[in-house]
Design a protein around this ligand. Structure first.
Ligand code: EPZ
Length: 422
């Protein structure tokens, strides 16, 4: 069974490049369904989830060709063969749900199996459905031989005003893409404000959409008749960059994280500085210098952007287990994103979990152990803990990690990590 072996490593040093953002490229790929003209995406990361999304586009009738060397994907959805997404693909990747908005807008209908919940929560899609219904679609959910499904139809979507009860990233993306071809104006109140939302709006506007306010607390979309092809470079992955920032911190190293946008990781910079790590901009990237002084506890609370990102919570928790003093970690975005605590405690982290609050005592003498990645970011957290733990750590179920990190072991090894894949 594939596994990643990590041993206690000296302080990491050197330069590491972030790849293109997983959580930007997936909706960007879905957006190519909105036009019959060719689109080209550059700076695309090589990830399992990108492969799945490309396979999904192919099943729906799009021509997809990837050029790994150029980190480019060309998509042309000249004709949509079917607007029903295949169950096996959707079940393997929840993010497939963002194909629904483009299919509905382009073909007047969409059928998508209900995305399975996953380790971090049941992850409903009620806000996606609320959005489509606000735009005038008839949306039904039901059960069939493949399990739950959601179907929507609308001859022509009509712009509407709507409020998202939670600033859901996926729902904001789905509604924005559907509204781009609706008749009239759509206003989304309390949308997600993540950089990935802004990247998607920029791509849609290049395609001829008229979207204003992405990245703020209100998005305004003037529907248009048709969208044309466009080229776009994916933004760097702020969560991958944050993971490398924490790899430097947990090993007390000094690393330059390059090809990233510092203004996308403000909460991570702030919290690392609160623990005593030196962070400063250098050549357009970030220098993370944890070689000096004693690093101390701080508290984190995850929130929708621009709050502290939930996708960095597990990795930051692993780091907090190694600093002086006790920290509190509160997870407000997902109801079950503490699965990594049991695994970290197998490594002697001594973390206590009470509902959405975890207490990290700090100064843990982490010990290598056999641990399991319960989700993508938990897997990354266990690798980071392994870098600081005495002895050898074996991380299994690493398929989670391959979904969202491009060559994580290779990149860490280049920084001096003692890490290998079985
Ligand atoms: C996106 O997931 C990201 N995935 C996640 O990254 C990220 O953790 C999450 O946003 C929050 O930032 C991609 O972009 C592919 P949500 P998404 O809809 O869109 C509730 C990673 O590790 N909710 O913002 O699924 C939901 O239950 C992954 O890269 C509803 O209640 O996240 C959850 O508690 C993990 N109803 C919260 O909102 C809805 O209709 C956040 O979900 C939709 C969501």
């Amino acid at each position: 069974m594939a596994a990643i072996i990590v041993e206690k490593s000296d302080r990491l040093e050197g330069t590491v490049q972030a790849s293109g953002s997983k959580n930007a490229v997936l909706p960007l790929l879905a957006a190519t369904l909105l036009t019959d003209e060719p689109c080209v995406l550059g700076g695309v990361p090589v990830l399992k989830d990108v492969e799945v999304m490309c396979r999904l586009l192919g099943c729906l009738g799009a021509e997809v060709e990837g050029d790994r060397a150029a980190a480019q994907i060309r998509v042309r959805a000249k004709a949509i063969r079917t607007n029903v997404a295949p169950p096996e693909l959707v079940k393997s990747m929840r993010a497939s749900i963002v194909a629904m908005g483009p299919l509905l807008a382009r073909t007047g209908g969409a059928g998508v199996p209900l995305p399975g919940g996953c380790a971090i929560g049941d992850r409903p899609i009620d806000l996606h459905i609320k959005g489509f219904r606000s735009l005038g679609a008839k949306v039904e959910t039901g059960q069939d031989e493949n399990g739950g499904f959601v179907s929507a139809e609308a001859r022509r979507l009509k712009g509407a005003e709507m409020y998202l009860d939670f600033a859901s990233v996926g729902a904001t993306e789905n509604i924005m893409m559907a509204a781009a071809l609706a008749e009239g104006t759509t206003i989304i109140e309390n949308p997600a404000q993540e950089p990935e939302i802004v990247d998607l709006a920029n791509f849609l506007n290049k395609m001829g959409a008229r979207i204003r306010g992405a990245g703020t607390d209100m998005i305004r979309i003037e529907g248009v008749e048709k969208l044309h092809g466009a080229e776009h470079s994916v933004i760097p992955d702020r969560i991958e960059a944050g993971t490398f920032m924490l790899a430097a911190a947990i090993t007390r190293g000094s690393v330059l994280v390059d090809n990233m946008l510092p203004n996308h990781v403000v909460p991570i910079i702030a919290k690392l500085r609160e623990t005593g790590v030196y962070v400063r901009e250098e050549f357009g990237g970030l220098r993370i210098d944890a070689t000096r002084g004693t690093l101390r506890a701080t508290d984190i609370k995850t929130l929708p952007y621009p709050g502290f990102p939930t996708d960095i919570q597990p990795q930051f928790m692993a780091y907090l287990a190694t600093v002086l003093g006790s920290s509190t970690v509160i997870e407000t975005v997902f109801e079950n994103r503490f699965m990594h605590i049991d695994e970290l405690n197998l490594m002697n982290a001594g973390i206590e979990e009470k509902g959405r609050r975890a207490s990290v005592p700090g100064e843990a003498a982490l010990r290598g152990a056999r641990v399991r990645a319960t989700d993508l970011r938990a897997g990354a957290a266990l690798i980071l803990a392994g870098l600081a733990a005495e002895g050898k750590t074996t991380v299994s179920d690493i398929y989670h990690i391959d979904r969202g990190y491009e060559d994580l072991t290779g990149k860490l090894k280049k920084l001096g990590a003692k890490i290998s894949r079985l």
